[in-house]
Design a protein around this ligand. Structure first.
Ligand SMILES: [Fe+2]
Length: 149
């Protein structure tokens, strides 16, 4: 008789585990359907549930030039829509140093004409981590080593 409650508890845990596993698997069967905007950052070569074509329109393009002791960084997310109707747009672009310290950020509205920004950094980091965030396709990253002549 003393073993009966233990078996009941064991059965309940097993049943709960089965339910959780089933829900988890069902949720992963369509990765794109699960709030993908909360995942990432994705890159040109590691784009999660997306494909290379999606990566091409989301990975931020980065150019830079020295401006005295500072650095001017130009970022654009080429060919990405800024569509307020769906909505589908780039919500922000941020620039971090190699350690992930935020150096600059620009926030966009879906009615902005294009997801592009110019940042004037006070110092010149060895590495830039440039990220953007699409409300549909999540966060995308481009890491760039800063090499100046
Ligand atoms: Fe997108």
């Amino acid at each position: 008789m003393k073993r009966l409650p233990f078996l009941h508890v064991l059965f309940l845990f097993a049943a709960a585990g089965l339910v959780l596993m089933t829900l988890g698997w069902a949720g992963q069967s369509s990765a794109a359907a699960q709030e993908p905007s909360q995942r990432g950052p994705y890159t040109a070569t590691s784009f999660g549930p997306w494909n290379a074509a999606v990566a091409k329109t989301h990975v931020p393009e980065v150019t830079y030039e020295k401006a005295g002791t500072a650095l001017t960084v130009n970022v654009k997310v080429d060919n990405h829509p800024m569509d307020a109707q769906k909505p589908h747009f780039i919500q922000w672009i941020r620039v971090e140093d190699g350690n992930g310290k935020l150096l600059a950020k620009k926030i966009f509205k879906p009615t902005d004409p294009a997801p592009a920004a110019t940042f004037h950094l006070a110092s010149i980091p060895e590495k830039l981590k440039v990220l953007d965030h699409c409300n549909v396709h999540g966060t995308w990253l481009n890491e760039v080593d800063v090499k100046l002549p």
